[in-house]
Design a protein around this ligand. Structure first.
Ligand code: PLP
Length: 397
């Protein structure tokens, strides 16, 4: 083992929580990545829905460099301009009046749960229970893990947080059946990402919104994966014509720098006074500068329309491929968030694609997941689909 071997060193010293592929990347540009041997890859995964503007987008690089050179960090006891601008952008482009900035999706959701409980405690007779959904993924802190409806992530960590119940996803009656006189909020993803790219449809989201209104519950939408343009709208809730009460973001918001955001309406936010929550790094000037520029590029360059257009094309291509191979069960998605469900574990397909220079992902064991940069061209979609089709035909027949 040499000190320059990232694979050997990581395997030797890191807590073994990741099932990694034997590739170390050194450089990225647009939809391309290069590994330590100089081999090029087409990236249809974007660092798990993070680098939506593509790798090394010049505007993002410039924003980060300029901010790092002028002010890298100050405590949240003081104001900074990048943070102020990001807060303004997030609130003026969404339903929200207030936002809290953190460092990750789990933290954004943790804040959402605390805000809901605080509101229930102060304004709703002490109600505290949250209903989340089976198949969901909300993070790996104790609260967000409790709201994560996938046993494989929870095993061995009991006791989890009291007061979070799970109901089936996509079924409003089942959600309604879980409501008690202690319930304060329903929390869900507009499309379940880690759960297998499960698209419940606009009608379900509208029904959940109605249910929350009738029962006086808060609707918390986790858009950590679906937000910031991934589905072809800035926020996925826009497709359904509803608004949540609390919204969480992370991943693509910082184009690769760690940042999370929890957005809320003024009347709910009012209970969170000084000292009720906080973070040392949350809203760090450099992360905020990256996020401001990300939103400016996303909103200013027709990228949402491009995402809808190239996303439809990608979905059609995936359906064509699935129709021509045995073992492909279904294709689901919206914008540039797609899943192809197989009748068997999907990891060998992902590994074979990697060997052929294509980066894709497996989730929910049998689902191939595609989360390309939103800047992807039709030609790059064709290139990726040609590799995928070849690999699927070789492995599934
Ligand atoms: N919520 C959703 C919908 C996610 O997809 C993820 C991560 O995949 C998270 C929350 C957790 O985000 P993080 O890994 O940044 O804590």
């Amino acid at each position: 083992m040499t000190s320059a071997d990232p694979i050997a060193l990581t395997q030797r010293y890191e807590l073994g929580v990741y099932a990694r592929y034997p590739v170390a990347f050194v450089r990225g540009e647009g939809c391309r990545l290069w590994d330590t041997d100089g081999k090029a890859y087409l990236d249809l995964f974007a660092g798990l829905a993070v680098t939506s503007l593509g790798h090394a987008h010049p505007a993002i690089v410039q924003a980060i460099q300029a901010q790092a050179a002028s002010l890298l960090h100050v405590s949240n006891l003081y104001y900074t301009l990048p943070k102020a601008r990001l807060l303004e952008l997030l609130c003026t482009h969404s339903f929200a009046d207030r936002a809290f900035l953190s460092n990750s999706g789990a933290e954004a959701n943790e804040a959402a749960l605390k805000i809901a409980r605080r509101y229930g405690s102060a304004r709703a007779g002490g109600r505290y229970e949250i209903i989340a959904t089976h198949g969901s993924f909300h993070g790996r802190t104790f609260a967000t893990l409790t709201a994560t409806g996938q046993e494989k992530h929870r095993v061995g960590f009991d006791p989890l947080l009291p007061g979070i119940r799970l109901a089936p996803f996509g079924d409003v009656r089942a959600l309604a059946a879980e409501i008690t006189d202690r319930t304060i909020a329903i929390m869900l993803e507009p499309i379940q990402g880690e759960g297998g790219v499960v698209v419940p449809g606009d009608r379900f989201l509208r029904e959940v919104r109605d249910l929350c209104d009738r029962q006086g519950l808060l609707l918390i939408l986790d858009e950590v994966q679906t937000g910031i343009g991934r589905t072809g709208k800035l926020f996925a809730y826009e497709h359904a014509g509803i608004v949540p009460d609390i919204l969480t973001l992370a991943k693509a918001l910082g184009s690769g720098l760690p940042i999370g955001a929890t957005l809320v309406r003024a009347d709910i936010a009012g209970e969170m006074g000084p000292g009720s929550h906080g973070s040392t790094f949350g809203g760090n000037p450099v992360a905020c500068a990256a996020a401001v520029r990300t939103l400016e590029v996303l909103l200013g360059e027709g990228l949402l329309e491009h995402c809808r257009d190239v996303g439809r094309y990608f979905g059609d291509r995936l359906r064509d491929i699935a129709a021509g191979v045995d073992g492909a069960r279904a294709v689901r998605g919206l914008g540039l968030m797609w899943g192809m469900e197989l009748d068997r574990p999907a990891r060998p397909i992902v590994e074979a694609c990697l060997t052929e220079g294509l980066v894709i992902n497996v989730t929910a064991e049998r689902v191939l997941r595609f989360l390309p940069p939103l800047v992807i061209s039709r030609a790059e979609v064709d290139e990726g689909c040609a590799i995928l089709e070849q690999v699927l035909k070789t492995h599934l027949g």
